[in-house]
Ligand binder design. Structure first.
Ligand SMILES: Cc1cc2nc3c(=O)[nH]c(=O)nc-3n(C[C@H](O)[C@H](O)[C@H](O)COP(=O)(O)OP(=O)(O)OC[C@H]3O[C@@H](n4cnc5c(N)ncnc54)[C@H](O)[C@@H]3O)c2cc1C
Length: 395
């Protein structure tokens, strides 16, 4: 294994480990580093893998600057402890070190194959519980398959993990989009049914009917799964609206078509929820940032095609309930921007309500990951899956 001494020796062993509390997965970061300090790499791996079956994903995709690294006390004066590097090394040296437990009579069905489902399945199989996963797509990964572009996350990562899970005894049923009746059928067949269907319901503005206006999540899925750019590779200028990872991912995917991409956002750049390095990389890729800007109107030609947007400047006000500054229109600041397409990337919500009212998710029916709490991140999804497995195991 690579020499990690400069990393684990940098850990100050804080009494209150802010890195650990800031980790959405709940990784015991100080304990992993302490085991490495003792020279016990296997113990370090076992501590890490007891909370996180997929450190190779979290090391690459977590928002470390707002989580472990951003909360490291050492980082106030110098470079923070580089825990993502430790995750990467331990996942290389001890790849998916799970064994199926002695088979029990418990049977669990999971709907969806995103990180929450895969984490849940791993811990259930470790306890010898029979697990079947029903997934709409033909591969595991959830939003890592359909949303995150290949230039940020190589999809062969998923094939390897799928093999590992199959070896552990997880039974996959791909190409199965289940409806409420199917789920009720599963409830009769399995002891527990876990819904892990993500947050796919996209927020949309009230836009006019127009073929040149897109929602980012479905567009990303078409690009990532089918290479279908909806003809956007032939247009001159695309305006994307949003400030999260989805906005960055769609902007960076589109700017690779040699098309001009402008990103508008209602607040300032500092308020963007996207990871800082994603913002920097989007700029490096050539995405033009236009913060403090909102859409006032859509300009369509006689054939109903988009020719431009009427935009308006915004200013920031007091903090709102999200803890971010509120935004207000600056009267009389409207201006026009010519464009051929407009893409909305303004947030996603759980669509669980399409199947079940909140009070129906009870008894042997459970919800985990983004569908249970709204769009968050991969580490939170892994934790949610693990905690559900613990609940089912303890029954
Ligand atoms: C574009 C984009 C970029 C992101 N970037 C990052 C990032 O850099 N870092 C980070 O930590 N997080 C990121 N996230 C968020 C992260 O990917 C999600 O929080 C995480 O994947 C949620 O996991 P999940 O298991 O709850 O759901 P998902 O990953 O959404 O998986 C849900 C699965 O359920 C399946 N499904 C849905 N309905 C049905 C049905 N009826 N029947 C059968 N199957 C169904 C779907 O096909 C999907 O595979 C990003 C998300 C997106 C969309």
């Amino acid at each position: 294994m690579k020499d990690l001494s400069s990393i684990f020796n940098a850990c100050l062993g804080c009494k209150v480990a802010r890195c650990k509390t800031a980790c959405p997965c709940g990784n015991d970061i100080p304990a992993v580093l302490a085991a490495l300090k003792e020279g016990d790499e296997a113990k370090a791996s076992s501590i890490l893998h007891s909370t996180n079956p997929f450190p190779e994903w979290t090391s690459l995709l977590c928002d470390h600057e707002r989580q472990c690294r951003g909360n490291c006390i050492r980082g106030i004066r110098s470079a923070p402890v580089d825990f993502p590097e430790v995750e990467k090394e331990l996942s290389r040296a001890f790849p998916f070190p799970y064994q199926a437990g002695k088979e029990t009579t418990k049977r669990v069905a999971i709907v969806g194959a995103g990180p929450s489902a895969l984490s849940c399945a791993t811990f259930l199989r470790q306890a010898g519980i029979h697990v079947e996963i029903f997934e709409r797509e033909n591969q595991i990964g959830g939003a890592m398959l359909t949303g995150i572009p290949a230039f940020r996350f190589a999809k062969d990562n998923l094939a390897k993990t799928r093999e590992n899970l199959e070896r552990l005894g997880v039974l996959f049923h791909f190409g199965k989009e289940l409806n409420k009746d199917d789920m009720e059928g599963l409830r009769a067949d399995f002891g527990d049914v876990v819904l892990a269907i993500g947050a796919e319901k996209e927020n949309r503005l009230s836009t006019p009917p127009c073929p040149d206006i897109y929602a980012a999540l479905s567009l990303l899925a078409d690009i990532n799964l089918r290479g279908d750019y909806h003809g956007l590779n032939h247009v001159q200028h695309i305006v994307v609206m949003g400030g999260g990872n989805v906005a960055m991912d769609i902007s960076r995917s589109l700017v690779r078509l040699d098309t001009k991409v402008t990103l508008i956002y209602r607040r300032d750049e500092a308020s963007m929820p996207a990871q800082r390095h994603e913002i920097a990389e989007a700029k490096e890729d050539g995405v033009v940032f236009c913060p403090l800007t909102n859409v006032a109107d859509y300009c369509l030609d006689d054939n109903g095609r988009l020719t431009g947007l009427r935009l308006v400047r915004m200013e920031l006000g007091e903090k709102d309930e999200s803890g971010r500054p509120s935004f207000h229109t600056i009267e009389g600041s409207e201006f026009d921007m010519a464009c051929d397409a407009f893409v909305m990337a303004i947030g996603e919500k759980s669509d669980l309500g399409r199947y079940y009212a909140a009070e129906e998710v009870q008894g042997n029916l459970h919800a985990i990951g983004d569908c249970s709490y709204g769009a968050k991140n991969i580490a939170a999804a892994i934790r949610s899956g693990r905690e559900m497995a613990e609940e089912i195991i303890a029954k």
